[in-house]
Design a protein. Structure first.
Length: 253
């Protein structure tokens, strides 16, 4: 029986499962980590590939089910809670992430991926449609926000397809969206990441206000106080604008 507090909705459509797995390129990495394998609807297609598959699952019943029903899966595959991963055990090798994610921790999963982007060249996964759309959103839209800017600073995002509620057991309340992330850190970001995140978060936390107002909490450097971006709202700045602005800010600290 599905456990609601673990975000369990099991995908029942094999064609969709196969399409999600085929969203990965399987190039330039030898390892994959699946988040929340559940009863293994994606896992069985991953096991056909050359890459080694780690399984991050916290539900013991699912773990027992997977070990019992798939000869290739043993205790060795399991790595526990995805949000607790530090990826130390992969010894700096590259690893792709895949999953039909538990929707209660969607943003935390995405932030975890950004925190380890140097190890993660690719991610394909399903989120609630609204979150999937936010990651792919462009400036001057209502979906464009912290998640869009932080993800797109590190990854190219492509929205693959929408999935209807009725192909899950039990059906979730909302539609789902599958996205693909391909690592492509934007120029000028590296080394300025802490400040970049602070500026993006402060800007969108008061998204109706001009940046001259919303960024006051961060003590805008004197030399930047007449910067043209301060006259705009966060949603009017592109990802590259935010990065360029962060760089100038840092040079004037
Ligand atoms: N992959 C299966 C499928 O497509 O049918 C299950 C998907 S279900 C939406 C989400 C899965 O994530 C559940 O199996 C749940 O137990 C697991 N899960 C929940 N929180 C987790 C966490 N913090 N780390 C790893 N897995 C988690």
């Amino acid at each position: 029986k599905a456990k609601k507090h673990l975000g369990q909705h099991f995908l029942t459509d094999e064609n969709i499962a196969r399409k999600i797995v085929e969203g990965l390129s399987f190039e330039n990495y030898n390892k994959i980590m699946e988040v929340g394998p559940g009863m293994g609807v994606l896992t069985k297609y991953l096991l056909e590939k050359d890459q080694y598959t780690y399984l991050a699952e916290i539900d013991n019943e699912s773990i027992e089910y997977l070990k019992k029903n798939y000869v290739k899966i043993t205790e060795e595959n399991f790595v526990g809670d995805f949000l607790k991963q530090d990826f130390a055990f992969i010894n700096n090798e590259q690893i792709a992430i895949i999953g039909n994610f538990p929707y209660n921790i969607s943003s935390q999963i995405l932030f975890k991926i950004i925190d380890h982007y140097e190890l993660i060249p690719e991610m394909v996964g399903m989120f609630q449609k609204e979150v999937a759309e936010r990651t792919a959103a462009i400036p001057r839209t209502k979906d464009y926000g912290i998640l869009s800017v932080l993800i797109q600073a590190y990854y190219d995002v492509s929205y693959m397809f929408t999935v209807h509620e009725n192909v899950f057991n039990p059906p979730p309340k909302v539609k789902s969206g599958v996205i693909r992330l391909t690592r492509n850190p934007k120029e000028g970001l590296v080394g300025n990441e802490v400040l970049f995140k602070q500026i993006v978060k402060a800007g969108f936390n008061q998204r109706r206000k001009k940046l001259s107002n919303s960024l006051k909490v961060l003590n805008i450097p004197e030399a930047l106080k007449t910067h043209e971006f301060l006259d705009k709202r966060a949603e009017e700045l592109s990802v590259n604008d935010f990065i360029a602005f962060t760089k100038q800010w840092k040079e004037n600290l």
